[in-house]
Design a protein around this ligand. Structure first.
Ligand SMILES: Cc1cc2nc3c(=O)[nH]c(=O)nc-3n(C[C@H](O)[C@H](O)[C@H](O)COP(=O)(O)O)c2cc1C
Length: 320
């Protein structure tokens, strides 16, 4: 069965700069979902969202834009907007777990309101020919909530439903609930994609054995923590390339240059890079020490020095 790997959107991480550099240095991802667009009341797409999905910024990669909303009008506005840019599909985020979002009946806070989901999908399908796909958790309070949504989805030509196998109130704590994910498979006529905690070739292969009918897999944090992972999954290999450290170093240089050019001020750049290193650190022999070193750097010069030392030390240890 052919295997499709998708990059799960990570707001603040998988923007077009990251996506392009990732694709150039590592590859293995077939389609990138861009982080959600949110309108906040006004029918205006903010410039940062626009930049992220402009075709000229995504020339060598396949991207599907995403919206987070609980309003059919907002959905239709963004659908029209992305169609004008040339996109055919808009993905709907029903997964975000944060209280600021869920209290407003958005993200995973909307899953338990099947009639409202129905109303939005009905209007969207009546008034637009955009292809709609979904990205959902299994519920907010409990993993049965999604089961009420499946019959609603069956009324519309939904392209696929990517399921992050957690519930909203878990946030990112606890493990994925694979039994409930199986219940979703048993109770849905939709094309289901799997998402959640794919962090190694071994964990991927375990999931693949457990869900042999799934052929679309979404990787989020695992892709930042180990950018080599998608390609290794594709090649069915647990061996890193022999030039692992050089590839990572070149990739890192590109993204820091991109953020130096696009963010204003050292503080912002350092914040951005530190948040990446919370994940990158796991690629190194001593993740805790590595991340501590990065966090200690309070200027760009100190940061570059820290990165050089980390890479030099790792080369000496011989990359795993
Ligand atoms: C920092 C962060 C930002 C995220 N942003 C989005 C987003 O914009 N849209 C979305 O659908 N999911 C978002 N997610 C959820 C991930 O796409 C993914 O569903 C989740 O992390 C589980 O997959 P993973 O274990 O492979 O990371 C975000 C997660 C994190 C940690």
């Amino acid at each position: 069965m052919p295997l499709t790997l998708l990059s799960s959107p990570l707001q603040g991480f998988t923007d077009f700069r990251f996506r392009n550099a990732f694709n150039h240095y590592f590859g293995g991802i077939d389609t990138f979902f861009s982080p959600y667009i949110r309108l906040n009341g006004k029918m205006v797409v903010k410039p940062a969202y626009e930049r992220d999905i402009l075709p000229k910024n995504n020339q060598k990669i396949t991207v599907i834009p995403q919206i987070m909303t609980n309003s059919a009008d907002e959905f239709l506005f963004v659908a029209d907007y992305v169609q004008k840019l040339g996109y055919k599909e808009l993905n709907w985020n029903l997964g975000c777990p944060y209280p600021m979002v869920t209290k407003r009946c958005m993200g995973s806070g909307l899953i338990n309101d099947a009639p409202r989901i129905d109303g939005i999908l009905e209007k969207v399908h009546n008034e637009s020919d955009i292809v709609v796909s979904m990205k959902m958790r299994m519920g907010f309070e409990n993993p049965q909530e999604i089961l009420q949504v499946f019959p609603v989805l069956d009324k519309y030509p939904i392209k696929n439903v990517a399921i992050h196998a957690r519930i909203g109130k878990q946030l990112y704590k606890g493990g994925v609930d694979l039994e409930s994910f199986q219940t979703c498979l048993d109770n849905s006529n939709q094309k289901i994609y799997y998402n959640g905690d794919i962090t190694s070739v071994a964990s991927f292969q375990e999931m693949q054995q457990r869900f042999p009918n799934i052929d679309h897999w979404m990787i989020g944090r695992g892709l930042i923590a180990d950018p080599f992972l998608p390609n290794m999954i594709k090649n069915n290999s647990r061996t890193y390339p022999s030039n692992k450290i050089e590839v990572f170093t070149d990739f890192h240089q590109v993204i820091i240059q991109e953020y130096e050019a696009s963010l204003s001020g050292a503080t912002h750049i350092l914040l951005k890079m530190t948040s990446f290193w919370e994940y990158f650190a796991t690629l190194f022999s001593n993740p805790q020490k590595t991340f501590k070193k990065i966090k200690k750097a309070k200027s760009l010069k100190a940061y570059q020095q820290a990165v050089s030392e980390i890479i030099e030390q790792e080369s000496r240890l011989k990359f795993r």
